[in-house]
Design a protein around this ligand. Structure first.
Ligand code: COA
Ligand code: ZN
Length: 375
């Protein structure tokens, strides 16, 4: 079991880790973490999604200049503008995603299955023409019709993608289902398969290990399990389980785990229980603009269980990861209506304060006033 099989770890602390509500890393902190993650021995480091905010763009640029053994990967949407960012920065690898489940196609993109295939193919061909190594992630793969998922995998493989990644976006798979899914996808494709798990039901590590058992080559992790809501599989759990239970010789510096944990703890300043499934402060909190926009339209987009079912409430964070739609939605709830130009002005100001972890309503009103926007 796993013996002789190639196993890779992709660390997403700098990318999805920063999507954790209440977390924002400075460029210097990202540099420090990237260097230690590289010394630890991860195979890929996700540097960030440059389009999110100017400081994220700057971080991806700066990190890309570091001399690391790990492969450096920029993150983005399956769009020309995000691919252009990766090309302008000169990063070797880019990981982009497109939601493939019926929920994503309907509520996020309002496209048919074949329109989605066209958009995905166009983006992959564009990225390959630009000379990028590409990982394509089928977002919400676990709620995607299997035949369609296979069609997507085969299409991107034919279009030249280097890796195909399956995202269990809302963490609703069980280890058994993950095994079935990955076994099937691995059989249908020749390129390596990656898996991105979420911990909403506390099964992220089990699901990641199960995916590797089924033939996936790479799993995404984050130090201390950071990430949206309940986060990703914690790096420490995955690599120690692989080493001790599965007897994988991953050349990981396991002795560095406490140092990595403490470093990320001190940079993230996250309450230790914040990302606990169901009961944690962040379990039903959405941060990235894209997530908020989708949840406002259809909560199931990024929730496998509704907060009401467990007497919790849904929250949205306003910070540098906020998008136009998320900000507009918050302002509308506050009874404030602004023009598209004013919305842009407020958003630019929010994104120029990356250190600010959450803009409260009163602070947004003062900000609008200080920008001369009458609400
Ligand atoms: N591939 C291609 N296009 C996509 C896309 C995808 N995966 N996701 C969204 N888009 C398109 C939308 O359809 C929209 O197009 P339109 O203007 O023609 O309607 C456009 O991108 C803008 O949508 P969105 O990204 O939601 O804009 P926004 O201003 O609300 O948010 C960001 C901008 C950068 C903040 C947002 O993209 C974001 O939150 N990114 C980080 C989160 C992330 O990457 N999450 C996914 C993995 S966990
Ligand atoms: Zn994720």
């Amino acid at each position: 079991m796993l013996i002789g099989q190639k196993i890779e770890i992709l660390d997403s602390t700098l990318r999805e880790g920063e999507q954790t509500p209440g977390v924002s890393f400075s460029v210097d902190q990202k540099i420090a973490m990237a260097k230690r993650l590289d010394a630890f021995g991860v195979d890929f480091i996700e540097l960030g999604h440059p389009a999110v905010a100017p400081d994220v763009y700057e971080a991806v640029e700066t990190l890309n200049d570091l001399d690391l053994n790990a492969k450096k990967m920029a993150h983005g949407r399956a769009s020309k503008s995000d691919i252009n960012d990766a090309v302008a920065i000169g990063v070797g690898w880019m990981g982009f995603f497109f939601g493939t489940s019926p929920l994503s196609l309907k509520h996020k993109f309002n496209v048919t299955k074949s329109e989605a295939l066209n958009r995905i193919e166009t983006a992959v061909k564009y990225g390959k023409d630009k000379g990028l190594k590409l990982r394509f992630t089928a977002e919400d793969a676990s709620r995607t019709d299997l035949d369609y998922l296979i069609q997507v995998g085969q299409l991107v493989q034919k279009a030249g993608v280097d890796r195909f990644s399956l995202a269990d976006t809302v963490g609703c798979l069980t280890p058994t289902k993950m095994k079935e899914l990955v076994s099937r996808i691995v059989c249908e494709l020749d390129i390596p398969v990656h898996v991105h798990c979420h911990n909403d039901f506390g099964m992220a590590t089990a699901n990641a290990l199960s995916a590797l058992e089924a033939g996936a080559q790479c799993v995404d992790v984050a130090v201390n399990g950071l990430g949206e809501r309940c986060g990703l599989p914690p790096l420490a759990e995955v690599v120690t389980a692989l080493t001790n239970i599965y007897k994988v010789n991953g050349n990981w510096e396991l002795g560095m785990i406490p140092e990595l944990t403490e470093m990320v703890d001190s940079f993230s300043k996250l309450d230790s229980n914040a990302n606990q499934p169901i009961v944690g402060k962040n379990a039903f909190t959405h941060k990235a603009g894209l997530h908020v926009k989708a949840v406002v339209k259809e909560p199931k987009s990024y929730e496998a269980i509704s907060p009401e079912a467990v007497h919790r409430k849904r929250h949205f964070v306003i910070d540098k990861y906020t998008g136009k739609s998320a900000l507009n939605n918050r302002l509308n709830h506050m009874g404030i209506s602004v023009s598209p130009k004013e919305l842009d002005t407020i958003l630019i100001e929010i994104k120029s304060h990356p250190e600010k972890l959450n803009w409260e309503n009163a602070e947004l009103i003062s900000l609008a006033k200080s920008l001369g926007i009458k609400s």
